[in-house]
Design a protein around this ligand. Sequence first.
Ligand code: SF4
Length: 287
Amino acid sequence: MPRGVVPRQPARTGRQDKVRVARTLMSAKPDQKQSGRAKAAPVRAKAVAPSKSAKPAKSTKGYNPMAPERVAEILKRLNDLYPDVTCALTHRSAWELLVATILSAQSTDVNVNRVTPELFRKYPTVQAFAALTPEQLEPDVRSTGFFRNKSKSVVGAAKKIVSDFGGQVPDDIDKLLTLPGVARKTANVVLGTWFKKAIGVVVDTHVHRISRRWELTKENDPQKIEQDLMKIIPQDRWILFSHQVIWHGRKLCFARKPNCVQCPLENICHAADKTWSTVEMHKGATA
Ligand code: SF4
């Protein structure tokens, strides 16, 4: 055991104890001095001369995670990683994509893709869906979860498309948002993937989580996240960016235990919940 580590026996006179108490009181805060019950003396770090080879830690002061160069680097690496990705929901028309997107809430694309082929075989047109009651549709979509609400949304959307839009899914965000069960995420999926219109950025659970990890937003509300992303991502990348981030969330950047060691964006990601890091992690960069 190194010298000085062996606990010293108290002196019979108690002199050492008095000395220790006196030192402790000197270093205690005023209110502790008054009470005479200081809890612990501060630990003093031994002064060490800096090594010549040691580099000063990079200061994060002035770091701007939304700087155009950083955003461009994120987009470039996403392009390298996922050059040709698109929506994973199987569909052959705007209507089928709309239905699949409504069914995908709180479910997985794999799960939805298991249900939709039979669903669209049974009800091949939007008119066929419009002729149903929500209760009639429920058994067909039950396995996607929240089936009562989803049945209501799908049948309600079909009825409105037939009655108000001549049986055609509108390619206009304001009109899409009038359909039951359709919020900005679903509208952006249909507009971007089917109509190739970049009206907004799809913010699903993956885009939500990863945008926060990358410090591209501090918001928690999907609409505010979308507004933040629209300000910093060029409009001609809005559609592809969403698809790429969704794929990244599925392949590497999982909600729990992201696979950081395999991630090509690792050295520009400062997420607080990384599982491995070569760069400083930022407290505020959380999913
Ligand atoms: S480094 Fe980790 S947390 Fe950051 S994007 Fe990659 S997988 Fe996600």
